[in-house]
Write a protein that binds this ligand. Structure first.
Ligand code: 4AD
Ligand code: MG
Length: 432
C-alpha cells in the first residue's frame, strides 16, 4: 500500500493508501468518527465506520485526542463538499501515541501563551499556512537569482564592525581580547564577492539590537542581499521589482490553498504585476508636508506612519529614491547632480507592509568613501579590506537587502512579523 502525503491525494483518487500524521480534530457520532488528519502537507477528513475498522481501532481512535499520532489506511475519494476536495474512507490504522490534554485547543489563546508554546503552535493551521508560504518564498527567491546567473556566496555572521550604524550592534565575546558583533547585513562582504564573481547574493540571518517593539521588527531576521558589479541604481530598482513580481507569482501558483486558509485577499497580490510607482524623497516629502495626518519633519528619514501613508496611494509596492545623505548609511553613492542626496532606494510594501527593501548604488570613489567613513566615526582600520575594493579595479556597483520576514508578512497578510518566523527572536523573547 503506498504511503502518500495529503498534498498529493489528487494523484491517488480511488486507490487505497496510507497516511501518516496527527489528529488535528475529531468528532464522533454513534458508530462514526470523523478525524481531521494533518500530516504537515495538509489537512484531510478521514471517516471511520465501526463495522469497517473493527471495535478495537474504533475505540482507540475514540480515545485519541488532539495531536495524537497515528497512521490510517483507506480509500481516497474525491468529494467536492469536503474541505480540500478529498475524503478518506478508512479501512485500518494504528495509534502510535495517544496524546493527553494538548494545551492549544481550537479556542482563542493570547499571543503570549501561544508564543511560549511556539514549538507546538507551529502545528496549527494558520502557522502551517504561513511557514509553508515562507518556504515557497525562499525557494522562489533562490530560483529567481539562480536563473539570472547570480552566484550564492554567503557572508559571515561574526563580524568585527558595523555596516548599518553602531547603535544596533549585538556584541559577542570572541575569545576574551577580541570583540565581535553579530552581522547587521552581509553587504560589505557581498561587495567583495561581487568583484570576484560579478553577480552574487547572500542569504542568511542578520541581527539588529533594535529596541523597537513594533509589528515589523525582529532582532534576528533573514536578509537576502544581491550585489552586482557594473550596475547602477536603476539596475537594482528594476531587479527588486522583477524579484517581487516573480516571487508573488510563484506563491500564487504554489500556495493558493495556504493563502485561502489565511483568508488573504488574493486580489491584492494579483495586482502586483510590475511597473512599480516611483517617487523621489523630495517629492514624497512635499506630499507628507501637505498631508494633515503626517508629522513628517523636513530632512528627516520617513517614519513608519509616513511610509504607510505614501504606500497607501498605490496598489503595488512604492519605490522611494534619492534620500538625504545624512539619513543613510556611509557606503551609498552621492547623487552626481546633488551631493546632499544619495543614490538610494527603498521599496515600501502596500497595505501597511512598510519597508521591504533597502538598497543603493555604492560609492566607488576611494576618497569620497574615506571621508564618509570618517564622518560616520567608523574605525578606519576595520574597513581597510573594504577600501581595497576601491583600490583594485573599482567599478560602479549596486545592490539591496530584502527582509524575508517583512516580505512574508505582506504576502500572507498577517498583522505581526513574529508569525513569519518559525522561532521569532524579539526584544522581549528568545524562548523557546
Ligand atoms: O534597510 P536595511 O537596514 O539595509 C541594509 O542592511 C543594507 N546593507 C542592505 C543592502 O543594501 N545590501 O535592511 C534591509 C531590509 C529592510 O528593508 C527590512 O526589510 C529588513 O532588512 N529589516 C528588518 N526586518 C525585520 N526586523 C528588523 N529589525 C529589520 N531591520 C531591517
Ligand atoms: Mg532601510
Amino acid at each position: 500500500m503506498p504511503v502518500v502525503t495529503i498534498e498529493d491525494l489528487s494523484q491517488h483518487v480511488g486507490a487505497t493508501v496510507e497516511l501518516r500524521g496527527w489528529v488535528h480534530n475529531r468528532t464522533s457520532k454513534g458508530k462514526l468518527h470523523f478525524v481531521i488528519l494533518r500530516d504537515g502537507t495538509g489537512f484531510v477528513q478521514c471517516v471511520l465506520k465501526k463495522n469497517v475498522v473493527g471495535d478495537e481501532l474504533f475505540e482507540e481512535i475514540g480515545r485519541a485526542s488532539q495531536e495524537s499520532s497515528l497512521t490510517l489506511q483507506g480509500e481516497v475519494r474525491a468529494d467536492d463538499r469536503a474541505p480540500g476536495g478529498f475524503e478518506i474512507s478508512v479501512v485500518g490504522g494504528e495509534v502510535l501515541q495517544s496524546a493527553s490534554e494538548y494545551p492549544i485547543s481550537p479556542k482563542e489563546h493570547g499571543a503570549d501563551f501561544l508564543l511560549s508554546r511556539r514549538h507546538l503552535w507551529l502545528r496549527s493551521k494558520r502557522q502551517w499556512a504561513i511557514i509553508r508560504i515562507r518556504s515557497a518564498v525562499e525557494f522562489a527567491l533562490r530560483r529567481f537569482f539562480d536563473e539570472r546567473g547570480f552566484l550564492c556566496v554567503d557572508s559571515p555572521i561574526f563580524t568585527p564592525s558595523a555596516c548599518e550604524g553602531t547603535s544596533t550592534l549585538f556584541e559577542v565575546d570572541y575569545f576574551g581580547d577580541e570583540k565581535a558583533y553579530l552581522t547587521q547585513s552581509g553587504q560589505l562582504y557581498a561587495e567583495a564577492t561581487a568583484m570576484a564573481f560579478g553577480k552574487v547574493y547572500t542569504f542568511g540571518p542578520t541581527f539588529r539590537a533594535e529596541k523597537s517593539k513594533t509589528r515589523r521588527h525582529l532582532t534576528e531576521f533573514w536578509m537576502l542581499e544581491p550585489e552586482m558589479a557594473y550596475a547602477t541604481l536603476e539596475d537594482v530598482i528594476q531587479l527588486s521589482e522583477d524579484m517581487i513580481v516573480a516571487v508573488v507569482k510563484e506563491v500564487l501558483e504554489r500556495r493558493r490553498t495556504e493563502l485561502e486558509a489565511l483568508e488573504r485577499d488574493i486580489s491584492k497580490l494579483e495586482a502586483c504585476t510590475g511597473g512599480f510607482p516611483r517617487i523621489t524623497y523630495d517629492d514624497a516629502s512635499k506630499i507628507l508636508l501637505e498631508h494633515p495626518d503626517s508629522e513628517f519633519v523636513e530632512g528627516d528619514d520617513f517614519g513608519a506612519p509616513d511610509e504607510t501613508l505614501l504606500a497607501a496611494m498605490h496598489d503595488q509596492p512604492l519605490v522611494i529614491t534619492h534620500y538625504p545623505k545624512d539619513v543613510k548609511a556611509f557606503y551609498m553613492k552621492e547623487a552626481p547632480d546633488d551631493p546632499t542626496r544619495v543614490l538610494a532606494m527603498d521599496v515600501i510594501g502596500p497595505e501597511g507592509a512598510g519597508e521591504l527593501i533597502g538598497g543603493s548604488q555604492r560609492e566607488e570613489n576611494l576618497d569620497v568613501l574615506l571621508e564618509a567613513i570618517a564622518k560616520h566615526e567608523l574605525p578606519m582600520e576595520e574597513f581597510e579590506w573594504y577600501l581595497d575594493l576601491r583600490r583594485f579595479g573599482s567599478v560602479p556597483h549596486a545592490g539591496f537587502g530584502l527582509g524575508l520576514e517583512r516580505l512574508v508578512r505582506w504576502i500572507t497578510g498577517i498583522e505581526h512579523i513574529r508569525e513569519a518566523s518559525p522561532f521569532p527572536r524579539m526584544m522581549t523573547r528568545i524562548r523557546p
